[in-house]
Write a protein that binds this ligand. Structure first.
Ligand code: AMP
Length: 176
């Protein structure tokens, strides 16, 4: 099996019954697996002007930090509501039940900077769509959205592609 996919652990019925939780901690703990995932995330962006990598809390920090380091650019955290200490911009988004909000420091991106967004997994695409709107609201240009895992049956990739975004995923799992 794929050297990355085989290192991802699946936990059935976590955090709710019916969810197959794709756990990347086993990939991150494996030196070769982690390196391969980061190398593959970086590879398409060689030769493209990227000014910042932004990662979504919390697993996007680990992957995004490594990608930023490899690209020799700065890293910017996108966090859940109330976690960032300085002035923030925010973006609400719909969950299955209720809403959530992502925030970024207002000065984290200079207007016109090219930003690569990174998260571990795309399901419905709601979280990433909110992150894209957030980056654009403070003047950044989103050059791509990169994920280790795609859950294609949940339609997130298509939703983001329909917003005109370039999506990169390394492995996919059928079902939810
Ligand atoms: P979505 O906004 O629906 O694309 O959900 C993506 C976010 O939820 C990511 O930050 C993932 O870490 C998390 N997530 C959603 N579904 C799963 C799953 N089956 N396994 C692990 N994480 C998930």
């Amino acid at each position: 099996m794929d050297a990355i996919k085989s290192k991802i652990r699946t936990i059935p019925d976590y955090p709710h019954e019916g969810i197959m939780f794709r756990d990347i901690t086993t990939l991150l703990a494996d030196a070769r697996g982690f390196r391969k995932a980061v190398d593959e995330l970086v590879q398409p962006h060689a030769g493209v002007r990227i000014d910042k990598v932004a990662g979504i809390e919390a697993r996007g920090f680990i992957l995004g930090g490594a990608v930023a380091h490899q690209l020799s650019v700065g890293f910017v955290p996108i966090r859940k509501q109330g976690k960032l200490p300085f002035d923030t911009a925010g973006q609400d988004y719909e969950l299955e039940y209720g809403t959530d909000r992502v925030e970024i420091h207002v000065d984290a991106i200079e207007p016109g900077e090219n930003v690569l967004l990174v998260d571990d997994l795309i399901a419905t695409g709601g979280t990433m769509a909110a992150a894209v709107k957030l980056i654009r609201s403070i003047g950044g240009a989103v050059v791509g959205c990169s994920f280790v895992i795609d859950l294609p049956d949940l339609g997130g990739r298509k939703r983001l592609e329909d917003m005109g975004l370039t999506i990169q995923t390394l492995v996919s799992f059928e079902g939810e």
